[in-house]
Every structure is written in structure tokens, then in C-alpha cells.
Design a binder for this molecule. Sequence first.
Ligand SMILES: Cc1cc2nc3c(=O)[nH]c(=O)nc-3n(C[C@H](O)[C@H](O)[C@H](O)COP(=O)(O)OP(=O)(O)OC[C@H]3O[C@@H](n4cnc5c(N)ncnc54)[C@H](O)[C@@H]3O)c2cc1C
Length: 507
Amino acid sequence: MTMAMTVDVEVLVAGAGPTGLALGIDLARRGVRALVVERQDRLSPGARGTGLQPRTQEVYDDLGVLAAVRAAGGPYPPMATWRDGRKTDVFEMVERVAPTPHTPYADTLMIPQWRNLELLHGRLAELGGAVAFGTELTAIGQDAAGVTAELTSAADGTTRTVRAAYLVGADGGRSVVRRHLGVPMSGPDLEPGAALLTDLRIDGLDRDHWHRFPQPHGGFVMLLPLAGTDHFQCMVAPSDAATPDTGPEAVRATVADRTHLTTDQIREVLWTSVFRPRAGMAERFRDGRIFLAGDAAHIHSPAGGQGLNTSVQDAYNLGWKLGQVLRHGAPDALLDTYGTERLPVAAGILETSTRLHRSGSLRRGRDLHQLTLHYRESPLTADHRAGLAPNALQAGDRAPNAPCATPDGTPSHLFDAFRGPHFTLLALGDTELPRPADEWSGHVHTYRVGGRTPDLTDPEGHAQQAYGEGLFLVRPDGYVAVAAAEPGPVTAELSRYFPPSGAARAA
Ligand SMILES: Cc1cc2nc3c(=O)[nH]c(=O)nc-3n(C[C@H](O)[C@H](O)[C@H](O)COP(=O)(O)OP(=O)(O)OC[C@H]3O[C@@H](n4cnc5c(N)ncnc54)[C@H](O)[C@@H]3O)c2cc1C
């Protein structure tokens, strides 16, 4: 039975994985009317991507979900290698890094993806957003004014039509949106071979190590005790069979056969899937009013734990730009910078994860933390200062944290000032702030940091050490858009986000 009904939303998001949920949260807090549709009748189960990199933790801090995620997750334990039923060596696979005033979240956090999704979904609901489960995007078309999408109910096969100003395909590696658009995806070949990925309850194996069982003829079994649960994530790679048997008894037998565990010790098989590593990138991330984000735009080997992180950061890059266009009348060209900025990032990460995949190296260092990713070459980036020291913070860089204080001595952080959907303008030292304009007043939070009349004092000089002196306009996604020594250039750059004719529009 087919039922035609038109629902108008500003942004339709296909897929409630990490990308779609993060985007849903960002749009909800901007008052953008978004609809997130998910073809499954629930969030995806399975521990899959467990590593939350420091930069993604900063994003989660801003999205208001970090405290819950840190409470639910934990650090990666050291890795223990087993041979002939004995641990032969123990080492730190994931480099441990101490926090600093500029980088409060310095370690990779482990959290099963299903739990991560639950917490993101909870945050979305808290902000008044929702996911339409059991709703599959089945067809799309677009014209100059918007996107028309056909949604099919998994329950009864009925279809309805939704009209949206924009569509974001956050529908995973096999993206229907990407295929409808005919956007090619290409990338390096990873060796063929299926891995068995399964979440288990196991007796008789300690939870203080990530257990690795190298196999005599190549390949390995890895058993990771998942923080906040009594589960282990198990990867058998590669599996001998072309397509591994995912039945619970076969899974027990496969794991027991390759470890010292007995089938009885593998108490429960909670979730199983077959995973074939692939690598590739879409040729473009935008087609008219339709965007690709997350795995729909780029897929990586899991080596290095970059996929989920890069996906969430796509959403974070796109969310505020959609907000500026829909709420503040910023020109549509702002949305082109989503691809301009994210394509090179995705390409770099694809290269890194492919290199790690091929090398078989187990060590995971701070180069994977995604803290040094920058948009220095972006058309949105403008540095109006001359004679900078080579290691100085530049426009395009991630805006670091610094512990500060309010004038009455209450401790505060720059990250507190950044948290929320607004821009932040920092005036370091005694640099003069620009006069507020109607278009951006209230949407750009200004702070004099240090200097004679501070809004935030810099008692230990951490802000000055990170930023130097001058004006720094920090984008809602935490990157320095503009650095200048005086207000003129900042006012000019702000008009690109808050054009004079585009007074704030209601939802
Ligand atoms: C073994 C393994 C280990 C990994 N380890 C890591 C790691 O440590 N760190 C890391 O960062 N990443 C890791 N990843 C990658 C990570 O899981 C993915 O990058 C991440 O899930 C991508 O998120 P996404 O939201 O873009 O896509 P997905 O998570 O695939 O979500 C897409 C959603 O869209 C839905 N959908 C699909 N089609 C439609 C449609 N037509 N209509 C409506 N809904 C639709 C799907 O049901 C799904 O819920 C790992 C992956 C694997 C398999």
C-alpha cells in the first residue's frame, strides 16, 4: 500500500549511526528542524568502533555528551600476547598521554559503539530531537528549491514523501544516497578476506588486558574487555572460511579452536557480524542540496580507530554551516566549504589507516588523536597578522583550551566559553574588540582574556602561551577562523557568516 504525505523539514538526515546522531544533536541545539530516519527498528548493536580519540572527546564536550561517555567508557588496557596457553609479553598498544592545560582529554577512550550510540541518542532526545526508526530512505530527487525523498516504513511497506531544504546521507558505507547520486567512490585495495567480529561473555579470562592470540599460519584473535560491561569484543582475522559461519555454536568453536579457552568458557554470543575491511572515498561530498557524511563519504580500515571519529567530525563541520545558512542567511557557498575542508582530512586519514593496516603495526600513538588536524588552507581561514613565529597558533588551527578564571576568581576554561552553538571571539591582551553588529550580537560571545579589563583572567598565562596576543574568532566547531591584530578584519570576516540582509530567522 502506498500513502503519499508531505512532511516539511529543513534537514533530512538518513541514518542514525554516530554521524547522523551527532548531526541531529548539533542541528537540534541550533533550532534547525531536522528529521533523522533510520531503516532499522533500533540503534545498531555491536561494539564495532570502540576508540574515541581526544579530538572527538572535545567535540562531545561541546555537544554535551562527554561526561556520560567518559562515565560509561574507560582506557584501553595493555595488550597481552598469548602463545601455547601462556602470556608471553605485555605492552601498551595505545600510547598513554598526560592531559595538559591546552589538551584536557589526551587519551583515547574506549567505549563500545552501541553504548556510544545510546548516549548520543539520549542527548538528541534531551534536546527535543528524535529518530524515526523503521524508516528507510528509498528514493531521492532534488531541484533548485529542495530535496524530495521517499521514505518507506519497514513495518508495513507504506511510503511517504518528505520535502526538505537539504538531505544528508549519513547512511553508512553502502550509502543509498551516494548510489542514487551516482557519486563514485575509489580507494586503495585492502587484501581481501573476511574477519569475524563478535561480542562475547567469557569466563576465565582477565579483564585487565587486551588479549591477542597470533595464529601459527598468520592472522590473529583479539579479545578486548569492553569498558563498562562484562563483554569482550572478539575479532578473528582473517577467518579461514570465505564467509565465516556466524551461528553461536560455530563462533564458540572458532574462538576455542584458536585460543586456550574452551567452548564452555565462551558463555554467551551476544552479537556477530562478518567484516570485510574496505577503503575508499567519495569523489565529492556535496551534490546540490545533498551531502555525504561519515562512512557514506569515506570508509577506512579499522586500523588506527579513525572511522567513527572522522565521521562525527564531518557532522560537526557540516552542522554549524547548515545552521548559519538556514538561521542567519549565510550564503549557500558556505556549504561548499564542507567538502573543501573535509575531503583533504578524509584523504589523509585514509592514507594513515591504510598504511597501518598494511604494516600490521600494533602501536597506536598520538598522531591518531586528530588534534593536529587543521583547516589552514580553507577559504574560511584568514590570518591577518604578519611575522608569526613558525610554531605560533595560526588561523585554521584547532582552538586550544586554557584554564582561566572569572574576575572574581572562579575557575573557568576557554572550553567553557566555546561550549554551545555560538562563535567565540577572544581578545588576548589589551586588543580592542569590534563593536557588536545587530546581525551577530548574541551569536558571537566575546571575551577579553587577560589585559587590563578582563572578562577572563589568565592567572598562569596558559591562554597567552597558547594564543599569543590579538583577536581570535573561534568557529562553532572549535577552529580559529580569523586571527587579527585589530578589529577591522574580524568585522569583515563575520559578515560572511552573518550577512547584513540575513537577520536571524526563526525555526
Ligand atoms: C571492526 C570495526 C572496528 C572499528 N573500530 C573503529 C575505531 O576504533 N574507531 C573508529 O573511529 N571507528 C572504528 N570503526 C568504524 C566505525 O564503526 C564507522 O566508521 C562508523 O560506524 C561510521 O558511522 P556512520 O554513522 O557514518 O555509519 P554507520 O555506523 O554505518 O551508520 C549508518 C546508519 O544508517 C542506516 N541506514 C543505512 N541505509 C539507510 C537508509 N537507506 N535509510 C535509513 N537509514 C539507513 C544504517 O542502518 C545505520 O544505522 C570500526 C568499524 C569496524 C567494523
